[in-house]
Ligand binder design. Structure first.
Ligand code: HEM
Length: 531
């Protein structure tokens, strides 16, 4: 036995003499691993939600995030079907992932403990380049009633809730869309790159309606600058790579900020929508420096269009790529159009009330393509679930919509399919738990722009169904992959564009108008359904 051991020692000795660098590297890796393991376990409290360990402490979750991207949390839920909440440890912070719908509601109720404001504050600083002076104003009083973001939402809310301000805003956007469709009819149809066409038309419609005649996005240089800046927002927000990597994006951000500075200095916002007037007046009244107001317009632009554009893309794709959806929705919408003296009127109220298949398809788009990762920061140590789970101060609490949207016990066995009729109320069928639908987030940070975006996209789709056939030039519709989607957005983005032709249908050349008479809001999320 002794001779075996001494032979083994000799072998190791000889190996270390002949491969000194390799042995040093293996030794360093082993010591580092041991250190990380000890650090992780000595700082993890047994009362915290169960720790999901990977092979390498702190690093495995990062690898998982890169590998699985937006499906990482669904993957972990599938691997740990009974976990209602768990902990991931990443370099420098703890992430608590909530799978249980009931626990999400508890986190949302405790909005002073689990606060959202640090998230937009981080975006304002790192992604938008806010100055120290502005950031001090934004960060003061977080989690109290004096919180800047809390007051901001209260200020803009009336302009985005049912009423004349919202009708004017949406009405103007739909006018711009209708003008563009009229042009297409006059040209006898058009071949377009589908995403790019929707992106440009919705950008123009939405920003014209919000900013008014001085809309800076009407200048092609500014539209180009937005396209350059927008894809970098997620990386700037993470602040892990040096700024010079994003030199061009930061330059483009500056071009836009300069245009918004002019817009502000000239007082053009006073001729814009009620929404942008309230937005601006709130910033001015809180002493945000004008240079920063200009920079924060870039953040406002992100909220306005970053999700509306891909949502419209998936809606139009999902409707037109399935002949049965086209025919179901077309039948419903056609019945709700009124024609008098050669003018066809699309009534927004009737689209929402009498077109259940269209509205259900829209909701299913959110369920299947939505990826909102609602994040909150714990302001103190706090127990969830009747003292069961300790959430540590400073920890991030994340409630991924994708997990909720893939719960088999909520959505049924066809959870992995796109079922355009899923949300239609069928008599006798139990309704899925509305709180598990998180396309627009939920709780105090529920998206205030949801009514604007919903009406804009539903009516755009209705106008297309009534006036056009959409045909893919390749001869068949192929669902684009989405693996490169930025998770700064709440909706998947297609990895590539699709060439299509818009062919006017008979009657497309008539006069079309949109009426809001009797239109209320569409109740899609739990908060609206409760009223
Ligand atoms: C289809 C389009 C849209 C989608 C999918 C969407 C999605 C969302 C989601 C998921 C949140 C919640 C974030 C969280 O709780 O973590 C949110 C918040 C927000 N959205 Fe939207 N949004 C859309 C359109 C809009 C529009 C058009 C506006 C502006 C007019 C807007 C303004 C906002 C604002 C200001 C917040 C932050 C609320 C807060 O700070 O409490 N959104 N949105």
């Amino acid at each position: 036995m002794e001779s075996v051991l001494s032979t083994f020692h000799n072998l190791i000795f000889q190996f270390s003499q002949s491969h000194p660098n390799l042995v040093a590297a293996i030794g360093t890796a082993a010591v580092t691993y041991g250190f990380l393991w000890a650090l992780l376990h000595s700082t993890q409290d047994a009362r915290e939600p169960p720790l999901l360990l990977g092979a390498i402490p702190f690093i495995s979750p990062v690898i998982g995030m890169v590998k699985w991207s937006m499906d990482f949390y669904v993957q972990l839920k599938d691997e740990n079907p009974n976990s209602s909440i768990y902990t991931l440890r990443l370099p420098g912070f703890r992430l608590y992932i909530v799978n249980s719908t009931a626990l999400i509601l508890e986190v949302q109720r405790k909005w002073r403990t689990f606060v959202f404001s640090p998230v937009p504050a981080r975006a304002s600083e790192y992604a938008m380049g806010g100055s120290k002076e502005a950031m001090d104003i934004i960060r003061a009083g977080m989690s109290t009633d004096a919180d800047f973001m809390h007051g901001f939402n209260k200020a803009i809310h009336p302009a985005l809730s049912s009423g004349p301000a919202l009708e004017n805003l949406t009405g103007r956007a739909l006018e711009v869309i209708a003008e563009s469709l009229d042009d297409m009819v006059k040209q006898g149809g058009k071949e377009v790159k589908m995403f790019d066409w929707i992106r440009h038309d919705l950008l123009m419609a939405t920003t014209d309606s919000v900013y008014g005649r001085g809309n800076p996005l009407r200048d092609p240089q500014n539209e180009k600058a937005w396209q350059k800046f927008h894809p970098s927002i997620m990386f700037l927000l993470l602040n892990v790579l040096p700024q010079w990597v994003f030199r061009d994006a930061i330059k483009a951000r500056g071009v836009l900020a300069k245009a918004f500075l002019h817009y502000h200095a000239e007082g053009q916002y006073k001729e814009g929508s009620v929404y942008i007037r309230r937005w601006t007046e709130y910033c001015v009244s809180h002493g945000i420096p004008v240079d920063d107001i200009a920079k924060f317009h870039n953040a406002g632009l992100f909220a306005l269009i970053a999700n509306t554009i891909p949502t419209a893309f998936w809606m139009i794709f999902r409707v037109f790529s399935d002949p049965s959806v086209v025919s179901d929705c077309r039948d419903e919408i056609s019945r709700s159009v009124e024609e008098r003296d050669g003018v066809c009127t699309i009534n927004v109220g009737r689209i929402k009330a009498d077109c259940p298949t269209l509205v259900s398809t829209f909701q299913e788009v959110f369920r299947v393509h939505g990826l909102a990762n609602s994040v909150r920061v714990a302001t103190e140590d706090h127990y969830l679930d009747n003292g069961k789970y300790l959430i540590k101060k400073g920890g991030l609490v994340m409630m991924p919509a994708r997990v909720q949207h893939h719960l088999r016990d909520v959505w049924g066995n066809n959870v992995d399919e796109f079922d355009h009729r899923r949300f239609i109320n069928k008599e006798g069928d139990p309704q899925p738990n509305a709180a598990a639908f998180r396309g627009f987030g939920g709780g105090t940070t529920l998206c205030p722009g949801r009514h604007f975006a919903t009406t804009e996209i539903l009516v755009l789709t209705a106008m297309l169904l009534l006036r056009f056939d959409l045909v893919p030039l390749s001869g068949r519709w192929v669902l684009p992959s989405t693996k490169n989607s930025s998770q700064a957005e709440a909706m998947e983005q297609p990895d590539y564009d699709i060439d299509i032709q818009l062919r006017p249908r008979s009657g497309a050349e008539k006069k079309w108008r949109v009426s809001f008479a009797g239109a209320g809001d569409t109740a899609l999320v739990a908060e609206d359904l409760r009223g």
